[in-house]
Design a protein around this ligand. Structure first.
Ligand code: SF4
Length: 371
């Protein structure tokens, strides 16, 4: 590791006013990467153009679907919704300057996006548009229900607990006098579903959720989540751990949003919908057609612990919320040394990291191997 004071290798002037859920995810993957990206503002070396292209295409589809939902204004006929979204996608696609190997590839990628759009409308889009229309009628305050990138936020005070909930990085106690930090999470729209208010985020794929996709409740994921934060345990799962922290931020941010809308009776839920998951795609290269399906994942059930729910009657999880506070404390305290998790970071994160060329921790190890 680089030679810095353990646990607090930055001074107080680096304390952030806000942290995004993307930043929290980065911190769980590697605290040093968080420092490069979110404290120093360094852009990393490009490591994977394919990923960048996927993110750009998801942004196009996100924009097209959100615009169609916003334009629907109570008209929830699936065909009309699909037509609106397809028309909007066509306009956005005309301005999309991604480099393709051939026109055939460009046409194919557009067909994949259109098939995903149709699958979304068939599977949930029309219902969600109806749920948005219901909220339009019920809300008391005029705030947007459809994004993209509708910002939800919550505030975290200093954790009263010790550092056990952090990423395992650093060793210092958090400073009890640290200022509150706002946590921010984007969602793409909110809609009413029965007695619930649901926040939806379009994501590229569901693979970062890992085991969360296949387990239905908190009791079945608690041990693995807790183990991620325990340097003594043989577990390093930043993807699902970050998804649970994100769920905590979004549900609390949604409760704040709900109150501002005047919808105090609704419980809050959080759903992810993947727009670049090709595992369900069926491609006919002769007829040049693409069909696909969409998997919708509600992260609420796997996050809620029934003990906390029984105490608060809200979708909360004391363990996840505690770890969230501890991670925020570590960021505020400038604990960016990978510390006791170095072996996991080196094996799992360094190989694809865009900061390898400037990272002292990594370069030190490389020199060590060569010696
Ligand atoms: S190279 Fe490794 S240690 Fe350095 S920032 Fe990237 S993941 Fe972290």
């Amino acid at each position: 590791m680089t030679d810095r004071a353990p646990g607090s290798d930055r001074d107080a002037e680096t304390t952030p006013d806000s942290i995004s859920v993307e930043g929290l995810r980065t911190y769980l993957q590697c605290p040093r990467r968080y420092e490069f990206a979110h404290v120093d503002g360094l852009e990393g070396e490009e490591t994977d153009r394919e990923d960048e292209s996927t993110v750009d295409r998801v942004a196009l589809l996100r924009r097209a679907l959100c615009d169609a939902l916003a334009e629907a204004a109570g008209d929830v006929d699936p065909e009309t919704l699909a037509e609106r979204a397809t028309r909007r996608l066509a306009t956005l696609w005309d301005d999309h300057d991604e480099h393709f190997h051939s026109r055939a590839q460009r046409r194919h990628e557009r067909r994949v996006l259109e098939a995903t759009l149709e699958a979304y409308v068939d599977r949930v889009g029309a219902d969600h548009a109806a749920g948005i229309a219901r909220l339009e009628d019920e809300r008391e305050a005029d705030r947007p229900l459809v994004g993209p990138d509708l910002e939800l936020s919550t505030t975290v005070q200093s954790s009263s607990g010790g550092p056990e909930g952090g990423s395992g990085a650093g060793e210092s106690e958090a400073d009890a006098d640290l200022a509150p930090v706002t946590l921010e999470a984007p969602v793409d729209y909110v809609y009413a579903d029965g007695s619930s208010l649901v926040a939806v985020r379009f994501v590229p794929t569901l693979w970062p959720l890992s085991y969360l996709r296949y387990r239905s409740d908190w009791e079945r994921v608690e041990d693995r989540f807790v183990d991620h934060f325990d340097p003594e345990a043989d577990a390093f799962d930043p993807g699902p751990a970050a998804a649970l922290l994100e769920t905590a931020v979004i549900l609390d941010g949604l409760r704040n949003y709900r109150d501002r809308l005047g919808l105090t009776e609704r419980t809050c839920r959080y759903v992810q919908i993947p727009l670049a998951d090709r595992s369900n795609a069926s491609i006919n290269w002769v007829r040049e057609t693409v069909e696909t399906d969409i998997e919708v994942v509600d992260l609420t059930d796997v996050y809620v612990d029934h003990h906390t729910f029984g105490m608060t009657h809200e979708h909360r999880n004391e363990t996840v919320d505690g770890r969230l506070e501890s991670v925020v404390d570590r960021v505020r305290a400038g604990a960016f040394d990978p510390g006791e998790r170095w072996a996991d970071v080196r094996d799992e994160e360094c190989p694809d990291c865009e900061y390898r060329v400037c990272c002292g921790d990594y370069l030190e190890t490389e020199v060590g191997f060569d010696a």
